[in-house]
Design a binder for this molecule. Structure first.
Ligand code: PLP
Length: 447
């Protein structure tokens, strides 16, 4: 392809936007006024009209090391040239075993076996299937019920939406999962508005699991899945004691506890994983996003030793788990993952959110007195500014702020009327100031 055609394909505004059905997007609004990104480096995107946009969202909570890291680019291109693909069923390649070993060493406790997927949605579905199969092969085949939580997000597969708790992600898609129940969410403006870090109120909501056990009986429940911090519903931090209590109740009743760490994994909360930050060990952990710094799609499910061991029975030549993806452990994704992990460790990025936490929280709380701000939540390098919805026009206030911030050079994310922020972990203090000054300016004008 001539160079000019190639650069046109990747760097300028396309002639026809119509054929692409964009995910989780207001397609008609976007196509009328497109926001087109053509390049990225460090903390910034470059747009098709050659503007620099400060990324306050790590793409979609995933580019934790910052954009276009040379180490990842080089590792990926070397691997494409060396072994671009190898089947993962009944065959192997070194990078996937090495990467699994490094993840197992990094993960807390005995979360020491790794199943690779290609996304957070696949990780959630894989984790649920492993939980069901584990009970099945352990002589507890009646344990088929899955418990999620209101406002939970576990991707868009059927398993994920069944245990998920966001109405719009569920209501159009039938009701294929009767064997599911939900814990109450922990979001409360009444009790917790403007709390810095973890709220005091709400730990008792974990006890609702006892109610579900009383209703369904423990012998029918396979697993509970929660995000340690609910990200997509708008950064809802776990109340103090909540996760520990869930762990205790699961232990009492032989229920597996799954932490969906697709967002919280890889440094977001000031430690490698939320399980470390909150001192609670799940039985299964799901990962994606920051796993490869999003340079190549990849997800992973980590399980504790006793779960893996339970499957390693029967004849040696029998397949132990009838599950997997063509691209599980893809060599190029593993190369990206190795390079991302090197960056996290060499640059101390897992500690960085903890170092910047108090600066970040103070900056977020500088918006406290702006009109229509009804809550601010922040911890590590993640935060939310919740806005009062305009009557009769839910989501409009936050979406308007999103568009105006983008015009002013800052990419934020909104969910409902909540602005959610999660910058790359390399963010500098002056960039934190820019993020909140820009949002503050936009809110002031709109008031
Ligand atoms: C907690 C959680 N689980 C799962 C997913 C789904 O990940 P993906 O979009 O890679 O399928 C997400 C995505 O935001 C997430 O936040």
């Amino acid at each position: 392809m001539p160079e000019s055609t190639e650069s046109a394909r990747y760097e300028s505004m396309p002639n026809d936007l119509e054929p692409l059905w964009m995910p989780f997007t207001a397609n008609r609004q976007f196509k009328n006024a497109p926001r087109m990104l053509v390049a990225a480096e460090g903390m910034h995107y470059t747009t098709a009209d050659n503007r620099q946009i400060l990324d306050a969202t790590s793409g979609l909570w995933c580019v934790n090391c910052g954009h276009a890291r040379k180490e990842i680019t080089e590792a990926v291109s070397a691997q494409v040239g060396r072994l671009e693909y190898g089947p993962g069923f009944q065959m192997g390649h070194p990078a996937s075993f090495e990467f699994a070993a490094r993840l197992a060493a990094l993960a807390p406790g005995d979360l020491d076996h790794v199943f690779f997927t290609n996304s957070g949605s696949e990780s959630a579905d894989t984790a649920l299937k492993i939980a069901l199969a584990y009970h099945n092969i352990s002589g507890n085949a009646s344990r088929t019920r899955l418990i999620g939580r209101e406002k939970g997000y576990h991707g868009v597969g059927f398993g994920g939406i069944a245990v998920g708790g966001i109405a719009n992600n569920r209501k159009y898609f039938g009701s294929a999962f009767p064997g599911v129940d939900h814990l109450p969410h922990t979001h409360s403006l009444e009790h917790n508005a403007f709390t810095k870090g973890q709220p005091e109120w709400g730990g008792h909501l974990a006890d609702d699991l006892e109610r579900l056990v009383a209703l369904h009986d423990a012998s029918t429940i396979a697993a509970v899945i929660v995000e340690p911090m609910a990200g997509s519903a708008g950064v809802i931090l776990p109340p103090k004691g909540y996760l520990k209590r869930l762990r205790e109740i699961c232990d009492t009743h032989g229920i597996l506890l799954i932490f969906d760490e697709v967002i919280t994994g890889f440094g977001r909360l000031g430690d490698s994983f939320a399980a470390e930050r909150f001192g609670v060990l799940p039985d299964i952990m799901t990962l994606a996003k920051g796993l490869t710094n999003a340079a190549v799609p990849m997800g992973a499910v980590l399980v504790r030793k006793h779960i893996y061991d339970a499957f390693m029975n029967g004849p040696d030549n029998a397949i132990e788990l009838f599950h997997g993806y063509t691209y599980s452990g893809h060599p190029v994704a593993c190369a990206a993952g190795h390079a991302a992990l090197d960056i996290y460790l060499n640059d101390g990025l897992f500690e960085r959110a903890a170092e910047l936490e108090s600066y970040w929280i103070d900056a977020a709380f500088s918006l406290k007195d702006h009109a229509h701000v009804i809550d601010i939540r922040a911890m590590g390098l993640v935060g939310a500014v919740e806005l009062e919805p305009i009557e009769g026009k839910p989501t409009a206030r936050a979406f308007d702020a999103f568009l105006k911030c983008y015009e002013r050079g800052v990419l934020i994310r909104t969910t409902g009327d909540i602005i959610a922020l999660s910058p790359p972990l390399i963010v500098e203090k002056n960039q934190i100031d820019q993020i909140f000054d820009t949002i503050g300016g936009v809110l002031k004008e709109a008031a």
